[in-house]
Design a binder for this molecule. Structure first.
Ligand code: ATP
Length: 436
């Protein structure tokens, strides 16, 4: 597909997202704020489904990972010790002609079509948002909004070792908001200034670090595939030496081929004992682990898979977006995986007349405890099918006048557009078979 056509796909997706209520520009009535977005009814549900799928696979279905929820604002010494105050920067350049600012590694040449506009020499710009804690606003009160959740796991390492029976290899997982004052936010919800992270810090004996890096890169790729992302759009890219943080012994990006090119979806890095050792030194607390079987004391090494909720949400929407012509008619369909689709079963009475609606409502109430359902009796049936296709609903149940006689309804499938007649008493079982 040509680039322009692919960019067109992105615009269409963003317009669908707004029209149907997945995401909107934040505080839009005031002109918005760059890098900030709000999530509508379908967006919230999709995000919750994504986070639940991540938590299920990373925490609940494992016996070596526990969860934590740490605060967004931490003692600012955390960020000095972690190196963020000093090093969490991007190179910033300014166009000498129009004074617009850019991230140096994101621009090539000049950005004006004519000759003009050179850039200034790059300077390092710190991406952490600052705030003040308490009534005094002097420098002693200065704090930061966390730019990642990881440090909340490192500073709690000893608390978790002491309050559980876990021993390396084990992990601590967290889902929560993070803030980065990105120089160039953009591509809708791809790069935000306020976003949500799903991170795992996996603590291992030092000699096993690379083995676990290998394990997690495969495991994370498998997870993305399990949500239905197309394999040909995904790849693992090892970081070159020059990209690696000085303390890291290896890293991979899971990349996806977005309409604007291959870009990072998730980062998986082997961080050595950099963080624990920095916090041990700065806090004066012993953060080592004592292995009482081997009678040895060591600082565990860490492997970290880190994925943005917003980033994977955009990816899933892009990957699911399809325009098709079926029997001479155009339709847009989101082929979202059944496990994350905001609505799994739509219940649609053919008309708004009684007693059809009463039967349809009763049917919806019976299915509601088992599936994410939606009842819709507005507009023509054709328009309602099109809406359900556009929001990725895998199955629609149509209650028609015959239903009053034969106690049966039609299940229409989003993907095959087939329709089968099923007794009302069998609906739940039939749907459960189709929605594992
Ligand atoms: P970049 O170099 O693109 O700024 P990074 O390599 O610093 O990003 P990481 O710190 O590795 O990013 O972030 C881990 C994950 O968090 C990313 O793979 C992405 O899914 C998500 N993420 C990072 N920054 C943002 C952002 N500004 N908006 C949305 N998601 C983000």
């Amino acid at each position: 597909m040509a680039i322009a056509e692919q960019q067109g796909q992105m615009e269409k997706l963003v317009s669908l997202a707004k029209r149907r209520g997945f995401f909107f520009q934040s505080s839009e009535i005031y002109g918005g704020l760059q890098g900030f977005w709000d999530f509508g009814p379908l967006g919230v549900t999709l995000r919750n489904n994504i986070k639940r799928a991540w938590w299920r696979s990373m925490v609940e279905l494992r016996d070596d990972v526990v969860g934590v929820e740490s605060s967004i604002i931490m003692n600012p010494r955390t960020w000095v010790a972690s190196g963020h105050v000093q090093n969490f920067t991007d190179p910033l350049v300014e166009c000498k002609k129009c004074h617009q600012r850019f991230r140096a590694d994101h621009v090539k040449g000049t950005h004006h079509a004519d000759d003009g506009g050179e850039f200034t020499e790059p300077r390092q710009f710190n991406l952490m948002f600052k705030t003040a804690v308490g009534p005094a606003e002097d420098s002693s009160a200065q704090a930061y909004l966390r730019p990642e959740t990881a440090q909340g796991m490192f500073v709690n390492f000893a608390n978790i070792v002491n309050s559980t029976h876990l021993r390396p290899p084990f992990g601590i997982a967290q889902v929560g908001k993070a803030f980065r004052n990105e120089i160039t936010p953009g591509n809708s919800i791809f790069r935000l200034r306020e976003f949500e992270l799903m991170e795992l810090e996996y603590f291992v004996p030092p000699a096993d670090e690379i083995k676990w890096l290998d394990y997690w890169k495969e495991e994370r790729l498998r997870w993305h595939l399990s949500l239905g992302l197309r394999p040909q759009k995904l790849r693992l890219r090892p970081h070159g030496k020059s990209e690696l943080a000085h303390y890291a012994s290896g890293a991979f990006d899971v990349e996806y081929e977005f309409p604007f090119g291959w870009s990072e979806l998730e980062g998986i890095a082997a961080r050595g004992n950099y963080d624990l050792s920095a916090h041990q030194q700065a806090s004066g607390r012993d953060l080592s682990y004592f292995d009482d079987l081997k009678r040895e004391r060591y600082l565990p090494h860490v492997v970290e898979p880190a994925l943005g909720v917003d980033r994977i949400m955009l990816t899933l929407l892009i990957d699911a977006y399809n325009e098709e012509e079926v029997r001479g008619e155009q339709r847009v369909v989101l082929r979202l995986h059944h496990s994350i689709a905001p609505v799994q079963v739509a219940i649609l009475p053919l008309s708004r007349k009684e007693p059809l609606t009463a039967l349809a409502e009763k049917t919806e109430h019976a299915l509601r405890p088992f599936f994410r359902t939606e009842y819709d009796d507005t507009q023509s049936i054709g328009k309602r099918y099109r809406r359900q296709d556009e929001i990725g609903t895998p199955f629609a149940i149509t209650i028609d006048f015959d239903s009053l006689e034969d106690n049966a309804a039609t299940i229409r499938s989003r993907d095959e557009m087939t329709q089968v007649r099923v007794p009302l008493s069998e609906l739940r079982r039939e749907l459960q078979e189709r929605l594992p």
